[in-house]
Design a protein around this ligand. Structure first.
Ligand code: HEC
Length: 169
């Protein structure tokens, strides 16, 4: 019995392995990739470098933190624009919550969305080199929401390579 379970698990792990090799060769979009852009949540992003906090007024009423990978951090520190290929920016968002331990303080409440921008100037020729992804509970949201990303970033921050966040000292 235990052996059978073991074989079943081993088989499904092997199948998953072959599946991912096959899909990367066939260039089908990876699982949980955003519509339109095919962006996925980057591995290990929670440990990336802090760039700046932000706060969103009601009705969203959120706290945000923008993190970046090494390529993007280097571009920030050397004031390099446009951001080079391989740059990735991640924005974590949380509901604002009053601290129960110290009422004047605001602390992160429920996590709401994780948003990602990936720079690949060859792949994303129609969006100034940026691919976008918005995730809720690790899953990408629908195409309609992804259709809004470019116009707001394009309309407001085209002089800063379509990126709002500046490096906080
Ligand atoms: C109506 C305007 C608007 C729309 C639509 C929008 N953004 Fe943004 N985005 C912002 C603003 C403003 C910031 C700066 C941080 C903040 O205030 O939250 C930001 C920041 C970001 C950042 C951090 C890098 C940066 O530019 O500062 C990422 C990543 C991001 N957005 C991804 C997305 C994705 C993905 C979508 C679509 C699903 C999207 N955004 C749609 C306004 C917008």
């Amino acid at each position: 019995m235990e052996k059978q379970v073991f074989f079943a698990v081993a088989l499904s792990v092997a199948a998953a392995g072959f599946g991912s090799i096959y899909s990367s060769r066939a260039e089908t979009p990876p699982e949980n990739a955003s519509p339109i852009y095919g962006v996925t949540l980057p591995e290990g992003y929670r440990d990336w470098t802090f760039i700046a906090p932000a706060q969103e007024a009601p009705p969203l009423d959120e706290l945000r933190v923008v993190l970046a990978n090494d390529i993007a951090v280097n571009a920030y520190r050397t004031k390099t624009l446009p951001f080079p290929d391989g740059s990735i920016l991640v924005k974590l968002a949380y509901k604002r919550r009053q601290s129960t331990e110290f009422p004047p303080a605001t602390v992160p409440g429920a996590a709401t969305t994780v948003q990602v921008m990936v720079k690949d100037s060859k792949k994303y020729t129609g969006s100034h080199g940026w691919g976008f992804g918005r995730f809720v509970d690790g899953k990408p949201v629908d195409a309609a929401q992804h259709e809004t990303c470019l116009s707001c970033h394009e309309g407001n921050v085209k002089d800063h390579d379509f990126v709002f966040t500046r490096y906080a000292p």
